[in-house]
Write a new protein. Structure first.
Ligand SMILES: Nc1nc2c(c(=O)[nH]1)N[C@H]1C(S)=C(S)[C@@H](COP(=O)(O)O)O[C@H]1N2
Ligand SMILES: [Mo]
Length: 314
């Protein structure tokens, strides 16, 4: 996500990179590299996964790129901050509460859920509202499986999601810079949430999620802009009113509830007609490609929006 407001703290008060690097040296080579490994997710555990038919006929983005170029404002505003500053975050043990308009609300242990639901490996095209994209091999289970378990009431129309608040482990939540309001919140219509493409991811490249990618549980909705993919989820609530999302609260003119990838509806400050594929801007090309309606998933999801004005409902 673009920084919609400049950091309010003078840059002179932010630890200069040279000092940060010296501090790492001070920690000693062994400790320093252990920290780096932890932050980049190398402590990840192998997952038992089943193959899925959801694949993309394009080269997969490297693990290195997927885990070092991230938006996760709880750890800072810069793309490199989440990998560098998420090493203290503890994604286990973890529970997720599912409540609201459901017959069987509950607080579920994540390890129990991943035993209950088979973990599929699915490769999805992902596209950020900032006009860059990746192809990511996620591991996870359909959100529909969890929703079925709690039995949504007939009156439920939307699903709201909440990220954990843990300032002692998330430096971006300490208020060092003015960015977003916490917790980060998102929402989907119930039919979008139940769509078979909508995934709750617990892994990447066959291993548990690195912290910077939203450990231990994050949403993946491949036909929407990346910011809908809320990370480190602790609560999922069913409701009959459209939830207001973090980015709508931050700037409603620029970010709507739907956020479907749409090359024909530009962001007020830049075009959405094309995108830069991360890792492809090498010798043989610019890595720039045309953005597809619904990010290439139109056959599967366009029907969800028949009759809806996609220009008004951005
Ligand atoms: N809690 C939380 N979730 C978040 C964000 C965030 O700042 N906080 N950033 C979003 C944005 S803008 C993007 S593009 C994706 C990036 O996910 P990735 O780092 O796994 O590629 O996470 C989304 N989920
Ligand atoms: Mo994004």
């Amino acid at each position: 996500m673009p920084v919609y407001r400049p950091p309010l703290i003078p840059s002179s008060e932010i630890t200069p990179r040279s000092v940060y690097l010296r501090r790492r040296e001070f920690l000693g080579a062994a400790a320093g590299s252990a920290l780096a490994l932890q932050a980049s997710g190398a402590r990840a555990e192998k997952l038992t996964t089943v193959e899925s038919t959801y694949r993309v006929d394009e080269p997969t983005t490297s693990r290195e790129d997927i885990t070092s170029y991230n938006n996760f404002y709880e750890f800072g505003l810069d793309k490199s901050d989440p990998a560098r500053l998420s090493g203290d975050f503890k994604p286990r043990p973890w529970t997720v509460t599912v409540d609201g308009m459901v017959a069987k609300p509950g607080r579920f242990d994540l390890d129990a859920l991943t035993k209950e639901f088979p973990i599929e490996s699915r490769t999805y095209r992902m596209r950020c509202v900032e006009a860059w994209s990746m192809v990511i091999p996620w591991d996870g289970f359909p959100l529909a499986a969890l929703l079925d378990k709690v039995e949504p009431l007939g009156s439920a129309k939307y699903v709201a999601f909440e990220t954990i608040v843990r300032p002692e482990e998330m430096p971006g939540q300490k208020g060092l810079f003015q960015s977003l309001e916490w917790p980060y919140v998102e929402g989907l219509r119930l039919d979008e949430a139940r769509h078979p493409l909508t995934l709750l991811a617990v892994g990447l490249y066959g291993e548990t999620l690195p912290n910077q990618n939203g450990a231990p549980l994050r949403l993946v909705v491949p036909w929407k802009y990346g910011f809908k993919g809320i990370k480190s989820i602790v609560r999922i609530s069913l409701t009959d009113t459209q939830p207001k999302t973090t980015w709508q609260s931050a700037n409603a003119q620029e970010y709507g509830f739907y956020a479907n990838v749409n090359p024909e509806v530009d962001h007020p400050r830049w075009s959405q007609a094309s995108e830069r594929r991360i890792g492809e801007s090498g010798f043989f090309g610019s890595g720039r490609r045309k953005t597809l309606p619904f990010n290439g998933y139109a056959d599967e999801v366009a029907g969800l929006y028949s009759g809806l004005d996609l220009r008004a409902n951005y």
